[in-house]
Design a binder for this molecule. Structure first.
Ligand SMILES: [Fe+2]
Length: 298
């Protein structure tokens, strides 16, 4: 098991653990400044170790949010997810309860089941960086779980079983997708057919193994949905057990960066949706791990 006590020892950064299972706050950095390369490297090391980074009190503009994000890699797949972009800043996804074109925002309910971003794509997101500009008076929390610990705390026999599986992801299993514009949903389904990824992924920097099974998995490749469901349900319940979760209560000007290869997250609907909640997200492009298998292939 990863030893959380080892976290927080990075010599170049002031780090404060967020929970036993995962996450650290990085204290004392202003992300609008052009940080030196060694600082960026130290941030990467802390990120690999803790999977979730929190930077509080940031005064990011869309441009500085994008510039900071680019220090960690290429951004996004707008071809896979063309909607809900901030005007004039297509690198930023806008997740908001504000009305858009006079209508309720379609992004107000994204993220309502446990997932890793862009798992429906053959090139899922490496990481996401979410910035809070407005938050409800109470609630609107986000939960994160540690998929390295989820893997490491399985029995050896179960590890061998999941090592040999491929998870098939289907964008139609995204929570709340049926409440969105049907034409946009159809387009997302067309450009993102079901895709199989390894059920256990190896992180390209840390070499750690992480479970890659979420509530958006339809089945395991080569198995029926009925055969797969009990195992998907077990693995999701195991991964999201309370001791493997960090729950973030947002403050305005928080930036949270999560590694999609080693965590899952869940956006809670525990708030009055008539109150404002406004977040902006950059998404870092990851490794191609998926094989498109099409709608009809088990
Ligand atoms: Fe998400």
């Amino acid at each position: 098991m990863t030893e959380p006590a080892a976290r927080g020892h990075n010599s170049d950064l002031a780090l404060r653990p967020l929970s036993y299972a995962l996450g650290v706050e990085v204290v004392g950095l202003d992300l609008t400044q052009n940080l030196d390369d060694p600082v960026i490297e130290a941030i990467k090391d802390a990120w690999d170790e803790s999977h979730i980074l929190l930077f509080r009190g940031q005064t990011l503009t869309p441009a500085s949010h994008i510039a900071f994000s680019r220090r960690f890699g290429a951004l996004d797949r707008r071809d896979a997810t063309p909607f809900y972009r901030l005007k004039d800043y297509p690198e930023l996804l806008e997740i908001t309860t504000r009305k858009v074109d006079g209508k309720p925002s379609e992004s107000r309910n994204v993220g309502r089941n446990w997932h890793s971003d862009y798992s429906y794509s053959d090139t899922p997101a490496a990481a996401s960086m979410l910035f809070c500009t407005e938050r409800p008076p109470v609630g609107g929390d986000t939960m994160f779980c540690n998929m390295v610990r989820a893997y490491e705390t399985l029995s050896d026999k179960m590890k061998r079983i999941v090592d040999d599986l491929e998870t098939v992801y289907d964008i139609s299993l995204t929570a709340g997708i049926n409440e969105r514009d049907p034409a946009k949903v159809a387009e997302m389904q067309r450009i993102n057919p079901p895709v199989a990824h390894p059920a256990v992924r190896v992180h390209p920097r840390s070499g750690k193994k992480a479970l890659y099974v979420s509530e958006r998995a339809s089945h395991f490749r080569g198995m029926t949905a009925a055969e797969s469901k009990p195992l998907i349900d077990f693995l999701c319940a195991h991964a999201t057990s309370p001791e493997n979760v960090y729950r973030h209560r947002w403050e305005v000007n928080d930036l949270i960066c999560w590694d999609n290869r080693t965590t899952m997250h869940l956006a809670l609907a525990d708030f009055d949706q008539n109150t404002p909640r406004h977040m902006l997200r950059t998404t870092l492009l990851g490794e191609k791990t998926g094989v498109i298998i099409g709608a009809a292939t088990p």
